[in-house]
Design a protein around this ligand. Structure first.
Ligand code: UGA
Length: 460
């Protein structure tokens, strides 16, 4: 954590400062706002939620993100490069660029819901005068959406003088600030030189530091975001699917994965078997790309298989856990769950496998004691009185003989399971993140179920 903050602050930018307006203070908007402020630009962040704006202005945390509070404090109070307000107070038509970062959640049919972004464009149309404005969509939107957004402005405001561009983000929750300031690539989609030049100037502090900016058509930039998320979802899904074969034949998925990852053409990242991809992005974006392509008359069969396999994978894990628990858990004895967030480093439980698993087994009458270093409050909203929340690993181990490791927090990776065995009554471990050392589980005679490894049930 400390190292991370040091590396963010180490970057010192010499910049010709731009005025930037950002619409939407969610995790993309706020991370981008702070990132731009840190690059030396003057940023105004707006949101329709006044409570959120008030919290930001009084430095109250609104999202759980590494390094975010430190940057907020620095740029709100010291450099004063950032301010937060509502659009009616902020808009003066003199911004070098306006970034639209509002949410594009999923509709029931899998399509992205563009209603919030359309409202944002309508609002901009209302405020725009004759000054030139570059409006940049950072939200994840289907290809060609920019044409709809341009039409919204043209219909509402005949005199508006503007260009539209796309600049998708590749930020990971929990690493959003770091990723913004250390991008794998900066993608900009523009349809003229003027927009390209403005965006190049805005990102100059990063490109001067060696980060790569690629300019392309807007449609390519829009698709590039969906393509990246869908491909990563596929990579994870492949290794997850293979883990079932490993269990069946007695191979070890971690060893197979590590050896695959050494091939540079494959790469080791996103090749770690887990309980299926979750969170707010991969499940939503894979569905959105599939439904977009179908509407265009193109069937993306591989993508469809990825989505179905991801769903089957968690169902198979639930089935295997069901067998494991049935052999291990004595009547009414609680199962201890370590981790509730969809991944480590966040308090986000959207599409969290831990939550799905708990809900499934609670319905079957199992009892649970749960702990997560960050996601307890979010989990209480959905699990409320159905499980027993405790405040530490120690409290959980005191109460439970069977443990399910569901999120890969460092705190859980650091547990010495050999020492646990002699101190508590822990007998069985189901590790669906594969963060425990299987050799220690074997030598200390735990019953265990790890992904992609043969299950072990001890009789005693
Ligand atoms: C993802 C992308 O990684 C970001 O580049 C993108 O900007 C973001 O979506 C977005 O579209 O906003 P995020 O959803 O924060 O970021 O989470 P990831 O770290 O990508 O993890 C996604 C899921 O895959 C999690 O459930 C995680 O546990 C799982 N995963 C990841 C694995 O099971 N194995 C792996 O090796 C890696």
């Amino acid at each position: 954590m400390v190292l991370f903050i040091v590396s963010v602050f180490r970057i010192i930018f010499a910049v010709s400062s731009k005025r930037i307006l950002i619409l939407g203070m969610g995790y993309v908007g706020l991370s981008a706002a702070l990132g731009f402020a840190h690059m030396g630009h003057h940023v105004v962040g707006v949101d329709k939620d006044i409570a959120k704006i008030n919290k930001l202005n009084s430095l109250e945390p609104i999202i759980f993100e590494n390094g975010l509070q430190e940057l907020l404090k620095k740029h709100l109070l010291q450099t004063k490069n950032i301010s937060f307000t509502t659009i009616d107070k902020a808009f003066d038509g003199k911004f070098d660029a306006i970034f639209v970062c509002v949410g594009t959640p999923q509709k029931e049919n899998g399509e992205p819901d563009l209603s919030y972004i359309k409202i944002a464009y309508e609002q901009l149309a209302e405020y725009m005068g004759s000054d030139y404005n570059l409006i940049v969509t950072k939200s994840t939107v289907p290809p060609k959406s920019y044409q709809q957004f341009a039409n919204i402005i043209k219909v509402k405001n005949k005199q508006a003088n503007f260009d539209i561009a796309a600049n998708p983000e590749f930020l990971r929750e929990s690493n959003a600030i770091y990723d913004f300031l250390h991008p794998s690539r900066i993608i900009i989609g523009t349809n003229n030189k003027k927009s390209e030049d403005i965006l190049r100037q805005i990102y100059q502090p990063l490109t001067d530091s060696g980060y790569r900016l690629i300019n392309m058509q807007i449609i390519d930039a829009e698709l590039a975001k969906y393509a990246a998320n869908s491909f990563l979802a596929g990579k994870i899904t492949f290794i997850n699917e293979l883990s079932h074969l490993c269990e069946q034949i007695g191979a070890d998925i971690d060893i197979v994965s590590a050896s695959m990852g050494l091939d540079e053409r494959i790469g080791s990242k996103f090749l770690k078997a887990g309980p299926g991809y979750g969170g707010s992005c991969f499940p939503k974006d894979t569905k959105a790309l599939y439904s977009y392509a179908s509407a265009e008359g193109v069937k993306l069969d591989f993508l469809k298989a990825i989505m179905e396999t991801n769903k089957n994978h968690i169902n198979q894990i639930i089935e295997k856990l069901g067998y494991f628990f049935s052999q291990i858990v004595k009547e009414d004895m609680p199962i201890g769950v370590l981790g509730l967030a969809f991944k480590a480093g966040t308090d986000d439980i959207r599409e969290s496998s831990a939550i799905k698993i708990i809900q499934h087994f609670v319905a079957l009458g199992y009892n649970f004691v749960v702990f997560d270093p960050a996601a307890m409050n979010s989990a209480k909203q959905v699990l409320n009185d159905k499980v027993n929340f405790v405040n530490s690993v120690h409290d959980l181990l005191l109460k439970c003989e069977t443990i399910l490791i569901a999120t890969e927090w460092q705190e859980f990776k650091d547990i010495d399971w050999q020492a646990v065995k002699s101190k508590y009554n822990t007998k069985a471990i189901a590790d669906i993140r594969n963060i425990t050392d299987i050799n220690i589980l074997k030598s200390t005679k735990y019953s265990y179920y790890c992904l992609g490894k043969a299950m072990m049930i001890n009789e005693d």
